[in-house]
Design a protein around this ligand. Structure first.
Ligand SMILES: Cc1cc2nc3c(=O)[nH]c(=O)nc-3n(C[C@H](O)[C@H](O)[C@H](O)COP(=O)(O)OP(=O)(O)OC[C@H]3O[C@@H](n4cnc5c(N)ncnc54)[C@H](O)[C@@H]3O)c2cc1C
Length: 339
């Protein structure tokens, strides 16, 4: 029988470093162990939470149910042609280990996603993205099971309904499906993706004529380390809010008042405004409220400076949201999963 721990602190399991208790806790390293676990009669009525690296989660309360820490491992090449490979990875593999595996073998497509914390299984949940790339670009399929009846299913790209920091697993199937395996299609003759300006500038500054995907992952790593606070130094979950998607008329209205407004075109009707810019303009960069607030260099990152509770962090996030709403009339949407 699998070891089920009781009243376990989740502090080591969330990058905010919030102290909460899980009523029950089990660490599983295979699908078989998951099935064994859920067959145990006393667990069938428990609320369940699948936990990866805890890097996109804010616990505002103790969890009165069963936390299943997913440690399903394994990376393998399952199809290989002259042009492509299909890689299968267990959902508990750390995302960055998968990136390193692929970059070392010169399989291109995820090098721009270097150093994103968390597990492979959580990557499709919000369609992780950074530096001009998103998971959807290389996604082949994923497999898992419905938590309610343990029915297995493989999802195609279309079925996942990927969007900007979103998928069906963050909307209709939120908390209802356990992703156990991810398959990605990568390029054996990779072309580097320099669509993101800061990355392009960084590579050009070094003066490399023909950058490889190894160069790209190295530059992404350097940029990220210089810009984003490391959760082992200061608790955080990366960007707390998604960037704001607004109608172009909103941009036309705001630019009259803020000529330095930063925005990007999504399509003819929709524009994206960096939420960090909005928060910064409200004077909230480096905000301090008790042990929480916003990061001194990156307003979009809400931080735990040590000892803050999940509720306090949530209150700060709502304070920031309210301020942005009052100043700009824009509703920020959290990217972090609030539990
Ligand atoms: C410093 C920092 C930088 C970051 N930068 C980026 C970035 O550039 N781009 C980006 O997109 N994100 C970024 N993030 C957010 C985060 O790393 C990603 O969202 C990551 O995919 C979360 O993985 P996780 O395993 O930690 O998920 P967790 O936080 O453990 O879980 C997140 C949610 O997914 C659910 N879940 C987890 N695993 C599974 C599974 N196998 N099946 C079903 N549900 C599951 C959980 O129940 C929870 O609701 C950053 C976070 C930090 C701390």
């Amino acid at each position: 029988m699998l070891n089920i721990l009781k009243n376990i602190s989740l502090k080591p399991y969330n990058t905010f470093g919030v102290e909460v208790l899980a009523k029950k806790f089990a660490d599983i390293s295979s699908v078989e162990q998951f099935k064994q676990l859920i067959r145990q009669a006393d667990l069938q009525t428990e609320e369940m939470l699948i936990l990866g690296g805890g890097s996109n989660i804010l616990f505002t309360n103790d969890f009165n149910g069963l936390v299943i820490k997913n440690s399903i491992g394994g990376i393998s090449i399952i199809v290989e042609t002259d042009a492509h490979v299909i890689i299968s990875a267990g959902a508990g593999v750390m995302w960055d280990d998968l990136v390193n595996f692929c970059v070392n073998k010169n399989f291109g497509g995820i090098e721009n996603l270097k150093l994103i914390p968390g597990t492979v299984g959580a990557a499709p949940i919000q369609n992780i993205g950074a530096y001009g790339a998103e998971l959807v670009d290389v996604f082949e399929s994923l497999t898992g099971m419905f938590i309610q009846n343990y029915e297995e299913k493989t999802f195609t790209k279309v079925e996942c309904k990927f969007g900007y920091r979103s998928s069906i697993f963050k909307t209709d199937l939120k908390g209802k499906f356990f992703i156990t395996e991810l398959k990605l299609k990568l390029n054996k003759k990779p072309k580097v993706n320099l669509s993101y300006k800061a990355l392009k500038d960084s590579v050009e500054e070094e003066g490399i004529a023909n950058p490889t995907i190894k160069d790209i992952s190295r530059h992404v790593k350097n940029i990220r380390e210089s810009k984003l606070p490391n959760p082992s130094d200061i608790g955080n979950a990366g960007s707390f809010f998604k960037n704001a998607e607004v109608h172009r008329s909103k941009v036309e209205e705001l630019i009259k008042v803020y000529p330095d407004l930063v925005f990007y075109k999504v399509d003819n009707e929709t524009m994206k405004i960096p939420s960090g810019w909005l928060i910064d303009k409200c004077g909230l960069k480096g905000l301090r409220k008790g042990n929480t607030g916003t990061h001194d260099k990156q307003a979009l990152v809400i931080v735990n400076r040590g000892g803050a509770t999940g509720k306090e962090i949530f209150e700060v996030a709502m304070f920031v949201k309210e301020k942005v709403k009052n100043v700009f009339g824009i509703e920020l949407i959290p990217e972090v999963n609030i539990i």
